[in-house]
Write a protein that binds this ligand. Sequence first.
Ligand SMILES: [Fe+2]
Length: 317
Amino acid sequence: MAFTVTDLDERLSFGARVTDLDPATLDDPDVRAALRDLWIDRGVVVFRGVPGGTASQICLSEVFGECEVHPLRPKDAVSAPELSDIRYLPDDGDIFEVDGDPRGGWLPWHSDLIYVDTINHGGILRPVRLPEHGGGDTGFIDQIGAYDALPDDLKERIDDLDVVYWLQLDASTARFVHVPNLRMIRLRNSSARIMENVDTFPRVVHPLVFVQAETGRKVLNLSPWFAQGIAGMENEEGDELLHRLAEHAVDTSRAYVHHWHDDDMVLWDNWRMLHSASGVHPDDVRHLQRTTIKGDYALGRIELAEGEISHEMRLNV
Ligand SMILES: [Fe+2]
């Protein structure tokens, strides 16, 4: 094969590391098929030592699907349209106090774009500038493994439920993010601007469990950040169930934490993996760029008020 695959962590049932990949081989249909199979099978793939910077990042992303422009991309962004800047600067970036510890660019466990009806299939992250004083790790937890680890009675209870999501960039107000003593100190400028118009984002609904099409494996599809409640059960009983599931989904004994090297690129399956960012010292700088790989599992929908008809239904009238 044109590249070498090793386990990321022998303890874990997901994740792979790819080395010796020459970007010139990405035109080969067999190489493309093998990389795609690996992504679907293992959920997270760390590519180490692939030359070519941004061009390779975009080329490699296109092996897994078309790249899309992120819906929250700032109008003044200067990077290639396929790229989103994940940047923390001392004078612009989120700062959260996490159990007494201030962290720049910290993010709780989540799925990207779960707050819209078509969540992207994945992305590739690549560092531009890593922090000087450590930190800045990215965590991943496999939700196929999380579903498998649920007790049978709970699996049966949740298989047909849906979860309501809404965009709320201040994670300290997220009801199902279980982080002790969490406090928002500052939101980055672009997030603060988005939150001024947050009412233009409708609530959306995604299934709590779905089946990975290629393998038949079930996924616990719950992003604790952005979750509002169980559809049709936004009450004490539903919230109690969702709190229990959120705690289970982020069990860090099942996590892989990536410590970044300059020549890494990390691909993940956003339909299957929760991810998080540990953050950096507030005086430090961290800059990564991410592609957004398009896809639609066709299970999400915009929540409609009773009696309201959807755009699609209207077209069929
Ligand atoms: Fe993310």
